[in-house]
Design a protein around this ligand. Structure first.
Ligand code: PLP
Length: 396
């Protein structure tokens, strides 16, 4: 059977592939340390687990829910946005989805026609471009260098704009770079988007994971005009350690949300009921555990950053949020005769038994992504191995 062009042309997720490779080697009995995953290593907090169990036992998790989500959860989302963003929305401005990933998917499906352009700053999260292509849109990539802290500028946006530009994606704090846009930068980008009628897709999934006194400003909060021009994408996966539950949401213009809901109703019907009840507790319940997790990430970052920065030929800026380091390893590769980052990552796995994700999947083939969503002992040991690997290759 001939597959669809759509399926044939799609790139599989490099992050999921890298962690699958590490898991396969581990299953063979090798002592592999995996710094590939984009998910917290913590278990979902107990109060959230208990809310899920209660929803199952009471029977209320047995049934289909409204396709845009249960009223309690949409209410919890509007309350969360009110408290954390200072913005008022109504439940009709909210759709709950099967993870933030599916909120993005629905948004592109609801808004893009053939050839519509979506501006995506590089390095980017792996799924943006592929999801745009699935909706028959054209991703337009803008390369953002380490020297500019990987942040897109209005000059770059303006140079990329055509009459087909429909949206731009903004991910702050960023996966993979950990960079956060300042209020001034957001004001400039937001004003540009407003005057050119470009919809801002604001992926705020790491908004709670910021460190060392850095501040996250959601672009929707910068001005009323910008808020109207923005769809907020968020979810419980990263900040509440709930990746497996698959609950995300989009907030914004009611007409766009309604169109997304129509597509959801004909595809997934609704996000899993039990997960929605769990997410209500996540957003409404005690918030102390998420601060404990945030502090753990911060400690890891501060411990490992200087060590990674000292690896010969590694160049990196200190991340402000999320849970990744994103070093440029061009010099390391040159010193040891590598021309292909994928080869370097493969050899690191084969020879040093440390799994990282190639920067190629993020549009940045001189980089690797190191996730620090794992315990400090593992991180320290993994960094020692990387160091040894790099030094031995250079000396050879
Ligand atoms: C993890 C991630 C998502 C998707 O999260 P879900 O688990 O689908 O809610 C979206 N954007 C970025 C940048 C991510 O890292």
């Amino acid at each position: 059977m001939r597959l669809s062009k759509r399926a044939e042309q799609l790139e599989p997720s490099v992050t999921l592939a890298a962690s699958a490779k590490a898991t396969a080697l581990k299953a063979k009995g090798l002592d592999v340390l995996s710094l590939t995953v984009g998910e917290p290593d913590f278990a979902t907090p107990k109060n959230i687990q208990k809310a899920a169990i209660a929803a199952i036992e009471s029977g209320k998790a047995s049934y289909y829910t409204p396709s845009s989500g249960i009223p309690e959860l949409k209410q919890a989302v509007t309350k969360y946005i009110e408290q954390n963003y200072g913005l008022s929305y109504l439940p009709k401005n909210v759709i709950v989805t099967d993870g933030a990933k599916f909120a993005l998917y629905l948004l592109f499906q609801a808004l893009l026609n053939v050839g519509d352009e979506v501006i995506i700053p590089v390095p980017y999260w792996v799924s943006y471009g592929e999801q745009v292509k699935l909706a028959e849109g054209n991703p337009v990539f803008i390369s953002c260098q380490q020297e500019q802290n990987f942040k897109v500028t209005v000059e770059q946006l303006e140079a990329a704009r055509t009459e087909k530009t429909k949206m731009m994606i903004l991910n702050s704090p960023s996966n993979p770079t950990g960079m956060i846009y300042s209020k001034e930068e957001l004001q400039a980008i937001g004003d540009w988007a407003v005057s050119n009628n470009v919809l801002i897709v604001s992926d705020d999934i790491y908004g709670k994971l910021v460190y060392n006194g850095n501040q996250f400003t959601p672009i929707a909060t910068v001005s009323e005009e910008i808020r109207k021009q923005t769809i907020i994408i968020n979810g419980v996966s990263k900040s509440y350690a709930m990746t497996g539950w698959r609950i995300g949401y989009a907030v914004g213009d009611e007409t766009i949300i309604a169109a997304m809901n129509k597509i959801a109703s004909q595809s997934t019907s609704n996000p899993t009921a039990v997960s929605q009840y769990a997410a209500v507790e996540a957003l409404n319940g005690n918030q102390e555990t998420i601060e404990v997790m945030r502090q753990a990430f911060e400690e890891r970052l501060n411990t490992i950053f200087p060590r990674v920065a000292a690896i010969p030929g590694f160049k990196l800026v200190k991340p402000q949020g999320a849970f990744y380091l994103f070093p440029n390893i061009k010099e390391t590769m040159e010193l040891s005769g590598y021309t292909d980052v994928n080869q370097w990552v493969d050899d690191l796995l084969e020879e040093a038994h440390v799994a990282l994700v190639t920067g190629a999947g993020f549009g940045a083939p001189e980089y690797v992504r190191i996730s620090y969503a794992t315990d400090l002992d593992t991180l320290e040991e993994a960094i020692s191995r990387i160091e040894k690997f790099v030094v031995s290759k250079i000396e050879r």
